[in-house]
Ligand binder design. Structure first.
Ligand SMILES: C[S@@+](CC[C@H](N)C(=O)[O-])C[C@H]1O[C@@H](n2cnc3c(N)ncnc32)[C@H](O)[C@@H]1O
Length: 298
């Protein structure tokens, strides 16, 4: 399966889960694809719904995709920018990374955001309490080699082609507002932050958020698919056995290994749960990879 890789990397990116997500999503969605926590957008970029609302509270991700959609940022402008900034990084070293970080925190330019996202330490996008990007440098002054720039430019090109073809809206909004819009016939794919993991300014997730979210999700007038964590070596998500275990919900589990993360704990294998209220799953083929992909009726 060929995968469209987005130009932005973010914690909890679902690239590796696409083979498990794809068979659960209906082939035809009558209404809109609604994604209240779109992050990098990798799921929509690969499932390609005709109409979509792609929302997130991280305004920098949304601004980048809006700029690509509007043609303000193009593969050409990205290439020119990364070549110039990459050359400055090579010449000045980490001082240049921190200068771009300061400039981004003052001006919030989308190209600076892309540069930081692709040269920060461990690929972890982290924001402080005031919303300032504060991830340190990856310490590779030669980061933006021609092949790396070309790779990012091609990722921007793929996104530009996709967003010009479909009726998609990118917007900054809280999940409460996005989910409130869902109607019969829409399909919601929800991948909220994991409580207690990857917490920062954009990914803070309180027990109140979780409670409101689960209530809204279960009250949706349409089909949904929820991505959440089930367990790792250290703990199990308590929501799985409390709110997310009831007749009418089907849970798939997938072993997943995160490569983006700063702490040792975040780099261990994680069992992810894909929970849906779709009756389509009853007609699904048996799991594709039995060792990695289990289906459980709850
Ligand atoms: C697990 S990530 C989504 C990853 C995405 N599915 C991907 O594959 O790239 C969770 C996202 O939720 C966003 N977020 C956090 N709190 C939010 C809120 N209250 N409303 C909407 N989005 C929120 C974060 O900015 C982050 O991008």
């Amino acid at each position: 399966m060929s995968i469209t890789v987005p130009p932005i990397k973010c914690q909890g990116i679902k690239t590796k889960l696409l083979p498990a997500i794809r068979p659960i999503v209906p082939e035809h969605i009558e209404g809109r694809w609604i994604e209240p926590f779109c992050g990098s957008g990798v799921v929509a970029f690969n499932l390609l719904p005709e109409r979509a609302i792609l929302a997130d509270t991280n305004r920098h991700i949304i601004a980048l995709y809006q700029a690509i959609q509007a043609g303000r940022i193009t593969p050409g402008s990205v290439q020119e920018f990364l070549r110039a900034e990459g050359a400055a990084l090579k010449e000045k070293g980490e001082a240049h990374y921190y200068a771009v970080r300061e400039r981004f925190n003052a001006q919030k330019d989308s190209l600076d955001f892309l540069f930081l996202n692709r040269s920060c330490f461990n690929g972890v996008m982290r924001f402080n309490r005031k919303g300032g990007f504060n991830t340190p440098f990856c310490r590779k002054p030669e980061r933006f080699q021609p092949a790396y720039v070309t790779k990012i430019v091609n990722q921007v090109r793929s996104v530009a082609q996709i967003v010009s073809r479909y009726d998609w809206v990118f917007r900054v909004s809280d999940f409460r507002e996005t989910l409130a819009e869902a109607k019969t016939g829409d399909f919601v794919y929800a991948d909220p932050p994991y409580a207690g993991r990857h917490t920062d300014y954009f990914n803070g997730w309180t027990s109140e958020d979780e409670e409101v979210f689960i209530r809204q999700l279960k009250g949706l007038p349409c089909t949904f698919l929820l991505s959440t964590w089930q367990e790792n070596t250290f703990r199990r998500n308590p929501a799985i056995d409390s709110y997310l275990c009831e007749p009418g919900l089907v849970r798939h589990t997938v072993e997943h290994f995160y490569h983006v993360g700063s702490q040792e704990e975040l780099r261990h294998a994680m069992t992810e749960a894909l929970i849906t209220n779709s009756d389509r799953v009853s007609s699904l083929q048996p799991p594709l990879r039995p060792n990695q992909f289990a289906l459980e009726m709850v």
